[in-house]
Design a protein around this ligand. Structure first.
Ligand code: GLU
Length: 461
């Protein structure tokens, strides 16, 4: 069974780059009827926080990505790690190193002065003397001194690391007994049954170290897929300056989760030239072998385009709910269907949709000067008066019925449609823009329409 995982360090919010690898892992597990598990890497007490963990879980909930089984917290697994440290010490695969900070600094400075690679020199690897007093030893693992370590990567191919170039006997437990990052990742991936690791290629350099741990403990090595980073349009690693990196900021900006996931799945993966993928299609079609070898480019226009697509295809009842956080309450509005049908084609985000709705339902308190100049040419007041009279004498409900009244005025006064459309628009909205004027009137209803027309006449005559 395929078991994948997402293993965030809770130092802040869920980053969209992290979400992308989480999505890839999720899709691959689901496609194979496997499991996608979540592990919170919260061992760094200075940098990790409960709030950050909660923020990550909240983002997953918003996106509808559910992890299988219990969530694993590394902070609760000290005993497990201690057991493996002891095992490696007992087997002579790890050892205590008593070098002091001063000695380490001295070693580094000498190596730098000699233009050598700075690394631990192995002086306690085979030590059997009396340890110095007053030093809490760190535990180092015996890494291979020569030969190569092969990382078989499903995206990048097989990468060979020369042991002597990249490895020293790295620390697996600090002086206070706290286990180190690469050590616990390898142990947890093994114990959690994870056999396919999909993660950012910023972790590629950790992988040979983790392989050393797997091998020392006799664990099976999982399949690796290291995903190239997301870049900005200038080819640099995506940063806050390029747009939001916090997943929940996308919610606040009015993106739908399905749009964000669709956007992310295409960053670094493709299926022909298909752009729109439902969750079911993503699960059916995704394969980590098709992940691109080069970095992908973040492109806001694409995200906006996708979001517009998903908003347009959202049932109105659901839109009513989604607009609530933007203080738009349409629950009991009798023309919400007409209103949303007209506007959902025009909005790139839910926030924008909320603005468009408010531009119609909130009575304007002022008129845009330029719009008035343009719309109120000729004799708009008598046109508005004529239309007002028609309204008083009838009971229109639908856009077509309002349209018919406009037509009557146009015909009777022998004017072009613009001569009524433009002043009406400015009278009703205070400015140009918006959907068809008959739709606006149907949404406002007869009373409100008459009131706004009367206001405009008073203000402009
Ligand atoms: N905790 C690591 C991070 O947040 C990920 C570890 C991994 O995927 O192996 O970058």
């Amino acid at each position: 069974m395929v078991v994948t995982r997402f293993a965030p360090s809770p130092t802040g919010y869920l980053h969209i780059g992290g979400l992308r690898t989480a999505l890839f892992s999720y899709l691959w597990a689901k496609k194979n009827g496997g499991k996608f598990v979540l592990r919170i890497e919260d061992t760094d007490k200075a940098r990790n926080s409960q709030e950050a963990t909660q923020a990550i879980l909240k983002a997953f909930e918003w996106l509808g990505l559910e992890a299988d089984g219990e969530i694993t917290y590394q902070s609760q697994r000290d005993e497990i790690y201690a057991k493996y440290i002891k095992q490696l010490l007992d087997e002579g695969k790890a050892y205590k190193c008593y070098m002091s900070k001063e000695e380490l600094t001295e070693l580094r400075e000498t190596q730098m002065a000699n233009k050598e690679r700075t690394m631990y020199d192995g002086r306690y690897r085979d030590f059997d003397g009396t340890p110095p007093e007053g030093v809490e030893p760190v535990i180092r693992i015996k890494a291979p001194l020569s030969g190569e370590i092969l990382v078989k990567d499903g995206v990048k191919g097989t990468i060979s690391f020369q042991a002597e170039d990249i490895l020293d006997d790295f620390v697996i437990a600090r002086g206070d007994g706290a286990p180190t990052y690469n050590f616990v990742v390898a142990i947890d991936d093994y114990l959690m049954g994870i056999n396919e690791v999909i993660r950012g290629d910023d972790h590629l350099s950790n992988t040979p170290k983790q392989i050393v741990v797997y091998e020392a403990l006799g664990f099976d090595i999982p399949a690796f897929y290291h995903v190239p980073m997301i870049h900005n349009s200038k080819g640099k690693k995506l940063s806050k300056r390029d747009g939001a990196t916090d997943v929940m900021a996308y919610k606040e900006m009015g993106y739908k989760p399905e749009a964000l996931l669709n956007f992310l799945v295409r960053l670094g993966w493709s299926h022909g030239d298909q752009e729109i993928f439902s969750m079911d299609e993503m699960i059916e079609l995704f394969n980590p072998k098709d992940i691109n070898k080069s970095a992908s480019i973040y492109n806001t226009e694409k995200l906006d385009w996708l979001n517009a697509h998903y908003i347009k295809n959202t049932p109105n009842a659901e839109l009513v709910e989604l607009l609530m956080p933007y203080d738009v309450v349409l629950t009991s509005h009798d023309k919400k269907e007409i209103l949303l049908d007209a506007l959902k084609e025009r909005a790139k985000t839910l926030k924008e949709l909320a603005l468009l709705v408010n531009e119609i339902v909130i009575t304007p308190t002022s008129y845009d000067e330029k719009a008035v100049k343009k719309a109120f040419k000729g004799d708009p007041i008598s046109v508005l008066n004529a239309f007002g009279a028609k309204l008083t004498a009838s009971e229109p409900h639908l856009p077509t019925e309002y349209h018919a009244l406009m037509e009557e005025v146009v015909n009777e006064m022998e004017i072009g449609f613009g001569k009524i459309g433009m002043p009406l628009r400015v009278a009703l909205l205070g400015k140009m823009g918006g959907p068809n004027i008959d739709v606006i009137m149907a949404v406002l209803g007869k009373e409100e329409t008459m009131l706004r027309i009367a206001n405009a006449i008073t203000t402009h005559s």
